[in-house]
Write a protein that binds this ligand. Sequence first.
Ligand SMILES: NC(=O)c1ccc[n+]([C@@H]2O[C@H](COP(=O)([O-])OP(=O)(O)OC[C@H]3O[C@@H](n4cnc5c(N)ncnc54)[C@H](OP(=O)(O)O)[C@@H]3O)[C@@H](O)[C@H]2O)c1
Length: 334
Amino acid sequence: MTDVLILGGTGWLSGRIAERWMDAGASVTCLARGTRPVPYGARLVVADRDEPEAYDAVRGRDWDEVVEVSSRSTHVAAAAAALAGDTRHLTYVSSVSVYAANNEEGADEGASLVEPAALGDDGDYARAKAACEAAVRAALPHRTAIVRPGLIGGPGDPTDRFGYWVSRFALAEGGAVLVPDAPVVRVQVIDVDDLAAFVAALGAAGFSGTVNAVGDPSPLPAVLAAAREASGHTAEVVPAAPDWLAAQGVQHWMGPRSLPLWLPDDMPGFATRSNAVYRMLGGALRPLRETLVRTLEDERARGLDRARSAGITREDELALIAALRSGGDLHAGG
Ligand SMILES: NC(=O)c1ccc[n+]([C@@H]2O[C@H](COP(=O)([O-])OP(=O)(O)OC[C@H]3O[C@@H](n4cnc5c(N)ncnc54)[C@H](OP(=O)(O)O)[C@@H]3O)[C@@H](O)[C@H]2O)c1
């Protein structure tokens, strides 16, 4: 039986990767502190990777595949060093954030990277991810797959980004929804389960190399229109100019008081990365509508009006729409 070790497995993507490996008949062990459960059928080894003995319980066993998702460079380097001698193949989940520039449309895996951070200096996510990539490559040369996802969507997303739009259109029902007027911005989403299946397939094939795991680029307005259609929203959509939104303190992309997926116009390469290698290796990309429908079902189950880690509250949104309609500014009283 194939023996797989997931460093993680209680998280969102790593849990789905564990499930895909179990679907393929593998025996799956997850190493984590156990703050959340592992998927049914997986074994949990409780360990804190901040501790030097973290890998003692999983060392000395021949692992067919190790999957690593951490962004902590000391964790990644220590695990790779501890397990390299016992591991046939390792897959590291990195990010397209490691690329140095976002100005070229369609750039492939050969594009320049940011300078890797010094080990342990993990304050900058992109540079920490680059350091993690370097650490696994150095420890397991020619036995490492590096997967660089872009925006991941689908049920269970802890970042709350992709689900914001379909959830907001559903919550608004007969009410207006505020959208950024951003016709040139693109979105490249990959469904969490397409990504998880791909990660498991790469491990099974023993692929060595680097691959972007990103969806096809779609204009943001088309993604918002698809989200609206999936939710059944038919009321008004209120576009706001980027400068006006910025003046109201509304952020791009993610986090509190943001309009998720909205990017500045001057980042044309961020959500247009090449997925040619992903497709060549057999990576699947389900239709956007399917990911939206799955996400909406999950959003309804979690509560459409719950506190979110990305987006604006409905109350804030209605106040912004009122200010925009009156030709004014939210903080100046409209
Ligand atoms: N979301 C996106 O759109 C996006 C885009 C690009 C790339 N990515 C990448 O995708 C991956 C997401 O993976 P994920 O969803 O599984 O991440 P996650 O939800 O953050 O899970 C992290 C895992 O690591 C474990 N862990 C954390 N600290 C630990 C410690 N001190 N000791 C032992 N275990 C520890 C956690 O378990 P315990 O808490 O139980 O210990 C959990 O199983 C990341 O590599 C991320 O950088 C995400």
